[in-house]
Design a protein around this ligand. Structure first.
Ligand code: ARG
Length: 580
């Protein structure tokens, strides 16, 4: 918990109290509608909404409320049809800075304490290369896991990898017939080798009917638990998981082996899912398949769209597995909130899965399931991002590209790094560039993958924020003393106050991210912090401040800025090196 009361909360409480003095008792709970403002420090617009109810012009009520606020020590003016403009007294600004400085949580509360959240994210497919869609899911999901956890939620990570399906029959049969095909133990390259094998197997499957038959027999063998077949399958899964882990580690994503929750885990539950849906009259047979329908989900011709739970050939669809995950997450993990961080193109699938689960009683009312959808990563040609030859872009290659771009940028800058230190910085900045570009775009929108723009050291990029953080740390190192005391009697420069008020919004920003599940709001906030810091630093000398108290207060602001940037970046899954 935190003991810091944000300045914005103090302002809200003050306006609330003044409204209570002025308005009739039944309107006492009126929302004061407090926002940051250019006119003063804050603007309160709550009077506008109540004026009609009271039958007195808002501008007249505002005058009374302003008087009450002035009594309480807030410099307040009225403007427009009934706006209140409040200036925060300097001592209030500085005492909040002091309180925040002393708080390891920087004024961030734990509003999600006691809430259990399951986050389903990343979910690449065994024996297939991860693509940029999996990058988005991994990076966004991880930021949400971190933010929700920081705000007190009990978060369970679930990596629902695609580790089951008829394609394994073909792959295992092919491996059996081509023992020379080597694919194991190549770290992240394992997936490329498997991907190539997969394509070779598919080609043979299409060209050779006898091989296709043998492959189908393999699927049956796998499903019925044939020892030798299952062993190869297990090997494929294990090696793929190792390769995924190499990427997670490199990306700095929290997922680890304990989080794998593959489709195969739910095999035994699937027949029961179908039976239960049929028994409850929710699923029906259609064309030999078992399907459910959701009210209002129709195709362009106006016909209802089926959710296929069991296919015509008796196999189970992706929907059956997702229904099974829902049951486990509700019953065993006791989830209050379940998030599926998956491509926006699967919106219909999740609408129907959630609706079916609700009706079947597997998603009881207080539990909240949400498809956290994200847009497509596009190439500069505006089409889904692929290599020039139309192949899936490998994540490892993307990171390599970002790192060489960062290296080129850093080499132009002055630094005294050893080779090793430079490598560390390049790695941190390369990953930051890619992750931040993904996170800073509105989640639901498509975005264009542009490495040069991602590694820019100015503008709203991860590298810029890392620089901003390192600059603050360097100032603090030069000061040679730790920030500690704050003198609340010093008058605050406009740039100091602006920075203090920006730092004040950290808690509100994180709450907002946890509610909207939109990490770009945190990115925008950190960019605001860095910008406010630059304005402050340009206007207010820190090390050369001519008064000890002034210098101490400025060091406190530097310290808070550094910690806010580092914590914020960490919540995005981005490192904040001490030096850049
Ligand atoms: N494995 C799927 C894919 O690569 C994504 C699975 C998403 N998660 C889920 N619970 N359906 O497209």
């Amino acid at each position: 918990m935190t003991d810091v009361v944000a300045i914005s909360a103090q302002v809200e409480a003050a306006v609330q109290a003044a409204l209570t003095q002025v308005l009739p008792a039944e309107l006492a709970g009126t929302d004061p509608v407090v926002r940051r403002s250019d006119r003063a420090d804050f603007q309160a617009n709550g009077v506008l909404a109540v004026a009609k109810k009271v039958g007195i012009p808002a501008s007249v009520i505002a005058i009374d409320v302003a008087r009450e606020l002035r009594y309480a020590g807030w410099v307040t003016t009225c403007s427009g049809p009934g706006f209140l403009n409040l200036t925060v007294p300097d001592d209030v600004t500085w005492s909040t800075v002091a309180a925040r400085l002393a708080d390891t949580r920087l004024g961030v509360s734990s509003p999600h304490a006691g809430e259990r959240v399951v986050v389903d994210y990343s979910a690449p497919n065994v024996a297939k290369e991860m693509h940029v869609g999996h990058l988005r899911s991994s990076v966004i999901g991880d930021a949400l896991v971190r933010v929700l956890g920081h705000l007190g939620a009990d978060v369970t990570r679930q990596n629902h990898i695609g580790d089951w399906g008829t394609q394994f029959g073909m792959l295992i049969q092919y491996l059996d017939e081509h023992p020379e095909a080597s694919w194991k133990g190549q770290g992240a390259d394992t997936m490329s080798a498997l991907d190539a094998l997969y394509k070779a197997a598919r080609a043979e499957f299409e060209a050779d009917a006898a091989f296709a038959d043998r492959s189908r027999a393999r699927v049956v063998a796998l499903q019925s638990g044939d020892e030798a077949t299952v062993e190869v399958w297990r090997d494929l899964v294990a090696e793929s998981e190792k390769a995924f882990q190499v990427i997670y580690d490199r990306l700095g994503v929290l997922l680890d082996e304990g989080d794998f929750d593959g489709e195969s885990r739910y095999n035994d539950a699937l027949p029961g899912i179908v039976e239960a849906l049929q028994a409850k009259g929710i699923a029906s047979e259609s064309d030999g398949a078992v399907v459910t329908f959701t009210d209002g989900v129709n195709n362009p011709e106006g016909d209802p769209v089926p959710l296929i739970v069991r296919k015509k050939d008796g196999g189970f669809g992706y929907a059956a597995t997702d229904l099974a995950t829902m049951r486990l997450r509700v019953e065993e993990y006791k989830a209050d909130r379940i998030l599926y961080v998956v491509d926006a193109r699967q919106a219909l699938h999740f609408t129907m899965v959630f609706d079916t689960a609700r009706r079947a009683g597997w998603l009881p009312e207080p539990v909240h399931a949400e498809h956290v959808r994200f847009g497509t990563v596009l190439g500069k040609d505006g089409r889904p991002f692929k290599t020039r030859s139309g192949k899936t872009v490998r994540l490892a290659d993307l990171l390599d590209d970002a790192e060489s771009a960062v290296r080129a940028v850093l080499q132009d800058k002055q630094h005294d790094f050893t080779d090793e230190e430079l490598d560390d910085v390049v790695r941190a900045a390369g990953t930051a560039a890619i992750k931040y570009a993904d996170l800073s775009n509105t989640r639901t929108k498509d975005y264009v993958f542009d490495v040069d723009q991602m590694v820019a050291t100015t503008g709203n990029t991860g590298v810029y924020l890392q620089y901003a953080h390192a600059r603050v740390r360097s100032i603090l190192r030069k000061a040679g003393e730790t920030a500690g005391k704050v003198d609340t009697t010093v008058s605050a420069h406009a740039a100091e106050k602006n920075l203090a008020l920006t730092l004040d919004a950290f808690d509100a920003t994180l709450r907002d991210v946890a509610t909207t599940l939109e990490p770009h709001r945190l990115c925008g906030y950190l960019y605001d912090v860095a910008t406010a810091f630059t304005r402050f630093y340009d206007a207010c000398p820190v090390l050369k401040a001519d008064d000890d108290a002034v210098r101490a207060n400025r060091l406190a602001l530097c310290d808070l800025t550094g910690r806010t940037l580092a914590t914020g970046l960490d919540l995005l899954g981005i490192a904040a090196p001490e030096r850049m």
